[in-house]
Design a binder for this molecule. Structure first.
Ligand code: SAM
Length: 312
């Protein structure tokens, strides 16, 4: 390592290397790794002295790991989400910018002083944002996986959110809240098994990303559980695969929800859907798409298998 090379030169070389490795935002990533390594802001680096050999070596190590497509957030140990910063690392899903949209929907639509459940909480990103932006709410965060739950608890400590390690689709989970919740929000696993994903996604836990039944298994269970949690008129909003908008609207309709509407992500892909639990005078689900089985559960939708790389 040439000690005379300043940060500008190191960042330029690192950005070229990351671009070569197929990283989507090579310059920004190189700058953020440099900022993390040096303890300076990206702007301050422009006029900073050349780093010493040890610092430059640490920078090169992290750039090498990023070139192998390890997520930037695993290298820095942190992920920004709306106005909060979350600790992340192996064992937990790295929150994505797109999920800020469904979190924003929850921030805007939860009634004052209301009860909110975040299902499939992972790092606790959505619940932490709700606690930050809507301190008037009572929030529960449900996560099934033991490793992920360590991060849920860590990030939600001191926020007032109640973190619960449980299966969000199980009828016993938070059963004491049944009929009283105002809003349920979730970014569940939804990628169909064996679908191609970006190399970074392989660092996320499999259970956080992929789901059976063409990606709909957890969503189906979540719709059923949410219908029990919510008061009539209460709201459910969740992220889903870009090919599932019609499927999830149909599942919501047959699952006792009304007014299902899908919103696009930043790239214009249909990525989250919201609906309201039907009011008592309109309890009969319309059977236009799926149907109920003998025990009242939803029959599974088996949509076409859609191929192509997924964006999370
Ligand atoms: C896509 S990640 C989302 C994490 C976080 N909400 C976010 O947006 O960054 C899905 C999370 O749901 C958890 N999960 C999967 N199935 C679940 C279930 N049945 N009940 C509760 N959590 C579940 C996974 O362990 C994972 O942490």
């Amino acid at each position: 390592m040439d000690r005379a090379v300043d940060w500008t030169g190191l960042i330029r070389a690192a950005a070229a290397r990351l671009a070569e490795a197929g990283v989507e935002s090579p310059r920004v990533d190189a700058e953020l790794i440099a900022a993390h390594t040096s303890g300076r802001t990206r702007t301050a680096l422009l006029i900073a002295d050349a780093p010493d050999g040890e610092t430059a070596g640490r920078f090169e190590d992290l750039v090498s790991r990023r070139a192998k497509r390890e997520p930037l957030q695993h290298l820095t140990g942190a992920a920004a989400f709306r106005n909060v910063e979350l600790a992340v690392g192996p064992g937990v899903f790295v929150p994505r910018p797109e999920t800020e949209l469904v979190a924003g929907w929850a921030v805007e639509h939860a009634p004052r002083g209301g009860r909110v459940v975040e299902a499939c909480s992972g790092s606790g990103a959505i619940a932490a944002a709700l606690a930050d932006e809507r301190p008037d709410l009572s929030v529960w965060a449900v996560e099934i996986d033991a490793d992920a739950f360590e991060w849920t608890e860590r990030n939600l400590a001191g926020t007032g959110v109640s973190a619960v390690r449980a299966d969000a689709t199980d009828a016993a989970t938070l059963a004491e809240l049944d009929g009283t919740v105002d809003l349920v929000v979730s970014n569940p696993p939804y990628v169909p098994m064996d679908i191609e994903v970006a190399p970074e996604v392989h660092w996320d836990p499999t259970r956080a990303v992929f789901a059976e039944d063409n990606g709909l298994s957890v969503i189906e269970g979540l719709i059923e559980r949410s219908r029990a949690w919510l008061r009539p008129g209460g709201l459910l909003g969740f992220e889903h695969d870009q090919t599932h908008d019609a499927d999830v609207r149909a599942l919501l309709e047959v699952g006792g929800f009304a007014g299902a509407a899908t919103e696009d992500d930043y790239a214009g892909r249909p990525r989250f859907t919201t609906a309201g639990k039907q009011l008592p005078h309109d309890q009969t689900p319309r059977l236009s798409y799926g149907r109920r089985n003998a025990s009242g559960g939803l029959c599974r939708v088996r949509g076409r298998m859609r191929t192509g790389r997924r964006h999370l």
